[in-house]
Design a protein around this ligand. Structure first.
Ligand code: CMP
Length: 138
């Protein structure tokens, strides 16, 4: 029953030198790394990736933040991948995230919250395809 999710290790995590620790945390949770790389989002990419939030008041700040520095994008596999990653990440706001979650450990604020994770299987497929060619997702 293995399935896939998608994550972005955000600019704050790269800046703070937490990429390796977060990847180790995710592997410790049983995720297999299907594909991954460092990249820097263009404004167009960030706007498209977060299009679902385009009407929200934080959208422009979110796009500016996500393009402010390099990020690590990654496709992950595990049983119950989407809900398990969301549990492993913790609440969007690190101040509300359960102890021991990635956002509680490494997040600084609701914007600088260490990591993004897909919210549904459907979006996981869309988000993986946004960054990776089908030939990379093996
Ligand atoms: P993420 O899981 O990447 O999805 C959308 C992001 O918007 C979210 O994490 C937060 O980092 C960011 N964000 C900024 N402000 C808010 C807010 N007020 N409510 C929800 N998300 C926010």
């Amino acid at each position: 029953m293995n399935n896939r999710t998608f994550t972005i290790i955000k600019p704050d995590s790269v800046e703070n030198g937490n990429v390796g620790k977060i990847i180790a945390h995710l592997e410790g949770e049983g995720f297999r790394i299907v594909a991954g790389r460092m990249t820097r989002l263009s404004t167009d990419q960030a706007r498209a990736f977060y299009a679902v939030h385009s009407k929200r008041p934080f959208y422009n700040d979110l796009v500016a933040y996500m393009t402010s520095g390099p990020v690590w994008v990654m496709s992950l596999e595990r049983d119950n991948a989407v809900p398990h990653l969301r549990k492993t990440m913790g609440a969007t706001n690190p101040a509300e995230a359960d102890q021991g979650t990635v956002r509680a450990l490494y997040g600084e604020s609701i914007e600088r919250n260490a990591i993004h994770g897909s919210d549904s299987d459907e979006n996981a497929a869309i988000e993986n395809a946004f960054f990776f060619a089908a030939s990379e997702l093996i």
